[in-house]
Design a protein around this ligand. Structure first.
Ligand SMILES: Cc1cc2nc3c(=O)[nH]c(=O)nc-3n(C[C@H](O)[C@H](O)[C@H](O)COP(=O)(O)O)c2cc1C
Length: 299
């Protein structure tokens, strides 16, 4: 497969594990990298020492390239960036803030910089800051999103038109149909979060993964705040799950990550807890089958 983002990142498939604060640990990131994608360690809640430990753990689990997500507004952003450089990481996805703050410092060390954007105007700002690629993330996505509620289907082609750098699509992608659609919209690859949470290698509680299997596309909602919003499971869905699984609450209480309850609309597509490798291989197989069929439908 010849793909600009695969060549730049040294990966086999254009599939990236998005930064998942508290959830994107070495186990999950290494599994994505071992399966041919790019795993990102989600450093959003860590300090420099915690990140360094996760990087070293990931190196024990994979010999493949992996990267780090650094939210620019993290209290620890400076030390996370210095740790990334000191540890010889070659790919960073910045998010939540202006990429100008760190892009040239990272690139001095030959680090490939991607920045997550919610609109085409932010994509232009990121490109002007010199990033190597942008991740266009639609409102479907789990976790923190912007107050602009633009869906991936609408966002990606407009970002593709607005910038010259490669565009990676994120938000609502969970299978080979989503990958094929993202490529059709002009993206060079995809970034996923929610679908990778319902995997064996993800270190969140089993209970939270089971909730993802049960969820349908209407079971999440956006909670708006002053500067951003967050997509999590709805309260009534959560309460119903509690009734059916009496152990759920105690499981979740043991799991500090699950209190966050972040998940995207694509949780509705998750039908089982699987190894990461199976998700990635199925996506590639499906996308390869779908894409030639599309041109037949138009002939
Ligand atoms: C639980 C959770 C935590 C997240 N934390 C972060 C984060 O710390 N930084 C970030 O840039 N994106 C974060 N995201 C967004 C993901 O990196 C990714 O772009 C998003 O999940 C893609 O949409 P999807 O959930 O529909 O696959 C998070 C998403 C989830 C579900």
């Amino acid at each position: 497969m010849s793909n600009v983002i695969c060549e730049a990142l040294g990966i086999r498939y254009p599939i990236i594990l998005g930064g998942l604060a508290r959830v994107g640990t070495a186990s999950l990131a290494a599994a994505v990298s071992n399966a041919g994608g790019l795993g990102l360690l989600g450093a959003g809640s860590w300090n420099g020492v915690e990140l360094r430990d996760q990087i070293r753990r990931a190196r024990e689990l994979t010999g493949q390239p992996f990267g780090v997500n650094v939210p620019v507004r993290s209290d620890y952003a400076e030390e996370l960036i210095e740790t990334v450089i000191a540890e010889g990481i070659k790919a960073v996805a910045t998010s939540a803030g202006n990429p100008r703050r760190f892009t040239s410092r990272l690139q001095e060390h030959n680090i490939f910089v991607m920045h997550v954007v919610p609109t085409s105007s932010y994509a232009v700002v990121a490109e002007e800051a010199g990033v190597n690629a942008v991740v266009a993330e639609g409102v479907e996505s789990g976790g923190m999103t912007s107050l602009e509620e633009i869906s991936t289907f609408v966002l990606v082609p407009q970002v593709v038109d607005a910038v010259k750098c490669p565009v990676i699509a994120a938000g609502g992608i969970g299978d080979g149909r989503g990958l094929a659609a993202a490529l059709a919209l002009g993206a060079v690859g995809v970034q996923m979060g929610t679908a990778f949470m319902a995997t064996e290698e993800c270190e969140i509680s089993r209970a939270f993964k089971e909730m993802m299997v049960r969820a349908v596309e209407t079971d999440t909602r956006l909670f708006r705040r002053d500067r951003s919003s967050r997509r999590t499971f709805k309260e009534d869905f959560f309460q119903a799950a509690l009734k059916d699984w009496p152990n759920l609450l105690s499981d979740l209480k043991r799991d500090p990550d699950a209190s966050f309850r972040g998940a995207g609309q694509v949780a509705g597509l998750v039908s089982e807890i699987q190894p990461v490798k199976e998700i990635i291989e199925r996506m590639i197989r499906e996308a390869r089958e779908i894409l030639p069929g599309i041109s037949e439908k138009l002939s």
